[in-house]
Design a protein around this ligand. Structure first.
Ligand SMILES: *[C@@H]1O[C@H](CO)[C@@H](O)[C@H](O)[C@H]1NC(C)=O
Ligand SMILES: *[C@@H]1O[C@H](CO)[C@@H](O)[C@H](O)[C@H]1NC(C)=O
Length: 349
């Protein structure tokens, strides 16, 4: 009886011991597995963050620290920076205020920049070219064609692109260059903000600024008057109409979210919301309808790849110039913040 009891007791003790051993080894495995899984998850999260280029779309506040790596665009094999000639149309009345503001802000970055005005008796601008065309809105087509001709005749040997802009257009140069790198300038290209009216495939807004590659410009300049209007119409429509006759149509310049890069409006006016239709047009692109002060949670109104604005006053140009190029911001630990951002982004916190 005693022996039997002893055996059972030993058996029970052994069993307990075995169980504990089992439990212990199980715990150890669990802990090790957890550590390995955690590390792998963390590494994967960091890898995903860097590989995906982290879309900052809804994180306006984090833009400073979490700028994605330069957007990967398919550059044409020609990696050389496109050489752009800027043709800026002004008038003797607007030269001192508007023309000079353009001259002293964004136009400094043009490969070549030329200001044009229509010659009239008793007026001259030393730093601008007088074109032999009548002044006035009714003669804008002739003025632009003459400016294109002058620019092409004198500089075609060293220019890839011709930008037509007004003295109230503001251009964010780096973004323009980024856009142009996508195209082969030896082919006929017509790049700007496409308006869908007047022509079956639309035309590019004059005020937002548009560009012609050298090839496209040769079509325009060589076209006979029987084929293309040389004066009297709406300048930007006439240019689009002429190019369409050679099979050259506006390029799609919307960003990945369908937002405009070239804008034919003043950004402050869009934000102020006094013109509801205007503000609405910008918000609707993001599925948002809201007027006036967009508030802290508003979606972006403008593309992060914005290239141009129109109806920009001289003082605004100097302000953009300061904000975009001169203002220094303190680096508050970019990489650390970015890893944090990636987690917030992934878990939608
Ligand atoms: C650009 O276009 C021209 C004319 O069509 C062509 O000869 C050239 O190979 C193109 N260049 C690239 C890099 O595709
Ligand atoms: C530029 O070309 C125009 C013709 O379009 C010509 O009248 C003018 O003299 C040229 N200017 C220079 C500096 O070569």
């Amino acid at each position: 009886m005693d022996d039997d009891f002893q055996d059972v007791h030993t058996a029970l003790m052994n069993c307990k011991h075995e169980r504990r051993k089992l439990a212990c080894s199980f715990n150890r495995k669990l802990i090790l597995t957890s550590i390995v899984l955690c590390t792998a998850t963390c590494l994967a999260a960091i890898a995903i963050f860097f590989l995906s280029g982290y879309n900052v779309h809804t994180f306006a506040v984090n833009d400073i620290d979490c700028q994605p790596a330069a957007q990967t665009v398919s550059h044409a094999a020609n990696q050389v920076t496109p050489r752009v000639l800027c043709m800026i149309l002004t008038t003797p009345e607007k030269w001192q205020s508007k023309g000079r503001a353009v001259q002293n802000t964004w136009a400094r970055r043009c490969f070549i920049r030329i200001f044009f005005y229509s010659a009239s008796p008793g007026v001259s601008i030393n730093e601008a070219v007088a074109l032999p065309v009548p002044e006035g809105r009714g003669h804008l087509t002739a003025k632009v064609l003459a400016a294109f001709k002058y620019s092409f005749d004198n500089y075609s040997d060293r220019i890839d692109w011709y930008l037509k802009a007004d003295d109230d257009t503001y251009v964010i140069w780096e973004n323009l260059i980024e856009e142009l790198m996508k195209y082969n300038s030896s082919t006929a290209r017509y790049v700007g903000k496409t308006l869908p009216t007047h022509l079956p495939r639309g035309y590019n807004s004059g005020g937002a600024g548009y560009l012609l590659s050298k090839k496209a410009l040769t079509y325009l300049l060589d076209a006979p008057p029987s084929k293309c209007k040389k004066d009297g119409g709406l300048e930007d429509v006439d240019i689009g109409d002429c190019l369409a006759k050679f099979g050259v149509y506006p390029e799609n310049t919307l960003d990945a979210d369908g937002m405009l890069k070239f804008n034919s409006d003043n950004p402050l006016k869009v934000m102020q919301g006094q013109n509801e239709g205007l503000t609405q047009a910008y918000y609707i692109r993001k599925g948002h309808v809201s007027f006036g002060n967009p508030g802290p949670n508003a979606e972006r109104m403008f593309s992060p790849q914005t290239i141009s604005f129109h109806y920009v006053e001289p003082e605004e140009m100097f302000m953009y110039e300061f904000l975009l190029n001169d203002l220094k911001r303190k680096d508050i630990g970019r990489s650390y913040a970015c890893v944090l951002c990636s987690f917030i982004y992934m878990y939608n916190l």
